[in-house]
Design a protein around this ligand. Structure first.
Ligand code: ATP
Ligand code: MG
Length: 561
């Protein structure tokens, strides 16, 4: 393809809302265009990359005997009522009525639709196991769409759903998908890790997420420094501890005027944050809860959600209505349930709010306080690894895939049965397997860029080679050589972009680097004089002069490496 034949609207500057590098580069290189918050169009180059990602996923899913289907984006409310998720799913589910007033939603995921299909067409255990997948648009009305296609409202997902008679068979397919995903992410050229994960509202017990490691990742991933333990921070489970200290101090009330944060209180009283207890007030469906954590620990929202469902932090007004003093809330004399994190519950002689303005207590102990305990905190660097081997190290990850064992959660609710071996109807078991296809592109860029732009992994680059002829429109020699080389590439089946625009060399170089095409060939009159060309790989600063006659062979060698 020639640059004159393809729209590549490059920009010098990234828009203000582009906070992370992949978002900036995807806009600047002309891959995507924003329509509205969380909604993006794929321009010709962006679409090429997207199709390459889809193709790799499709090939590997097909190789694993999954069958491709395509289900509607719009889904009738009845299916979601059957599964029980119509009321359960929050505001991320975009609901609407058709002209007859019937309720629908835009599919954020397709468990209901596929379970309905399976119920209709699968009748006998002899048809199992079976795995269906699709590559299709999802809509989630995300509370904070951000980072371009990384967290958008409309995005493309590969979702697959498998059906089984027995747990053994489900486990086998789950393991198979695990290795299929590893092959997919390897082929996509990503540095990724499978990690233990929480199952969220989709349900089921066993789940593994695939994360691409990158600073900009929204998830914290915990690794053991001594074993292969790896888990999303929300899945790092801590157990109840036994105290290693015993109370020795006398409780005192101290003036801590305007010291409303743990940092300020610890500094003022000259103690460690780990010697303080902080108390948060949560508004849950079961009423207000006071949660006590060690001062240097953070609440893990997923753990809290798993205990109480959707919750939020109580507002200033609500705190007031409970007769509590924001900034000085403590664990003594509360009128609401107090739940203490396991690590806070083994502290002695600690500091906490006095439940009076401008006052804290020191030398506090749990004796005489009524409370329950739970695992409620985020892991921190240096925590013991839950597998008993080594300490935890924390890195940032971008979730690009997630595999679950759903069990009978949907099939039972929606009556998806088959005739089992004994001749009786049996509820099928299900697995589900997702990849964020559009998110993969952003994640790949987060891992592969430099100050000049994108450095696409070869397998998903929009073109393999770019030919940059200098003076193409003026020098007939250069034009002839460039056209000749371009044709040789096309004949050899190489995806090549010829820059045939009348532009300065510097601009053409900058543009090809921004676009991240892995291999570049430069041709000028000087090269014509010497019967050679210049080759440069995007990820290597060295330039190599190659005789023109050997250019194609040289290039093919680079492409195969
Ligand atoms: P997240 O925790 O990032 O919101 P999720 O747990 O909601 O993800 P799943 O329901 O498991 O995601 O969806 C499967 C895959 O779809 C995810 O692994 C992710 O790669 C992708 N995905 C989810 N939400 C979005 C989004 N808003 N924009 C782009 N991709 C997304
Ligand atoms: Mg989500």
């Amino acid at each position: 393809m020639k640059t004159s034949q393809i729209l590549i609207p490059m920009q010098k500057e990234a828009p203000n809302d582009a906070q992370i590098i992949s978002h900036q580069l995807m806009i600047r290189a002309g891959l995507i265009s924003k329509l509205a918050s969380g909604l993006y169009s794929y321009l010709p180059i962006g679409l090429k990359v997207l199709q390459k990602v889809e193709q790799i996923i499709r090939e590997e899913m097909n190789n694993s005997n999954a069958q491709e289907v395509l289900m509607p984006v719009a889904q009738p409310a009845e299916l979601w009522q059957e599964s029980g998720r119509w009321d359960e799913y929050g505001a991320e589910l975009l609901r609407f009525n058709d002209r007859h007033g019937r309720e629908f939603c835009l599919g954020p995921t397709h468990e209901e639709v596929i379970t309905n299909l399976a119920g209709q067409y699968l009748n006998s255990y002899k048809q199992l196991p079976i795995n269906f997948y699709q590559i299709q648009t999802k809509f989630r009305d995300e509370i904070r769409p951000r980072f371009g296609v990384m967290r958008s409202r409309e995005f493309i997902m590969k979702d697959a759903y498998s059906f089984h008679l027995e747990q053994d068979s489900l486990q086998k397919e789950f393991d198979k998908m695990h290795s299929t995903y590893c092959r997919i992410f390897e082929r996509l050229g990503l540095d990724y890790r499978p990690v233990l994960a929480d199952s969220g509202s989709i349900g089921g017990e066993n789940s593994i997420e695939f994360h691409v490691l990158a600073e900009s990742g929204e998830d914290a991933i915990c690794f053991s420094d001594k074993s292969d333990y790896a888990a999303n921070i929300e899945k790092v489970v801590f157990s109840e501890q036994t105290a290693t200290c015993s109370p020795s101090a006398v409780e005192k009330m101290v003036l801590t005027k305007k010291k409303t944060s743990i940092e300020a209180v610890a500094e003022f009283l000259n103690v460690e944050q780990a010697d303080c207890v902080k108390t948060l007030i949560l508004k849950t469906k079961e009423g207000f809860k006071a949660v006590a954590l060690r001062g240097d620990h953070d609440l893990n929202e997923t753990k809290a959600q798993n205990l109480w469902g959707e919750f939020e932090l109580a507002s200033d007004e609500e705190i007031k209505s409970l007769e509590l003093k924001k900034g000085f809330i403590g664990v003594k004399g509360l009128s609401i349930d107090l739940i203490v994190d396991y690590s806070a519950a083994v502290m002695c002689d600690f500091v906490c709010g006095a439940n009076e303005w401008d006052k804290h207590l020191t030398g506090v102990n749990w004796t005489d306080i009524e409370f329950k305990t739970a695992d409620l905190r985020d892991a921190v660097e240096g925590d013991d690894s839950p597998d008993g081997k080594g300490k935890l190290v924390i890195k940032r990850g971008i979730e690009v895939g997630h595999i679950f064992q759903l069990g009978d959660k949907y099939s039972k609710a929606m009556n998806a049965n088959v005739i089992g071996k004994s001749g009786k109807a049996e509820v099928m078991l299900m697995g589900c397997y997702g990849i964020g296809v559009t998110r993969v592109i952003a994640a790949a860029i987060e891992q592969n860029y430099d100050d000049r732009g994108i450095i696409f992994p070869a397998s998903i680059a929009p073109f393999q080679v770019v030919i940059v002829p200098i003076n193409y429109t003026k020098s007939t020699r250069v034009k002839e050589l460039a056209d000749n080389l371009y044709q040789q590439c096309l004949d050899a089946g190489i995806e090549v972009l010829l820059n045939d625009k009348k532009e300065r060399a510097g601009i053409m170089f900058a543009e090809s680097e921004l676009l991240g095409i892995p291999h570049r060939l430069v041709l000028s009159d000087t090269h014509a004089d010497n019967s050679n060309i210049e080759y440069k790989a995007r990820n290597n600063p060295d330039k190599v002069e190659v005789p023109f006659d050997e250019a194609l062979i040289y290039l093919q060698k680079q492409l195969s490496e």
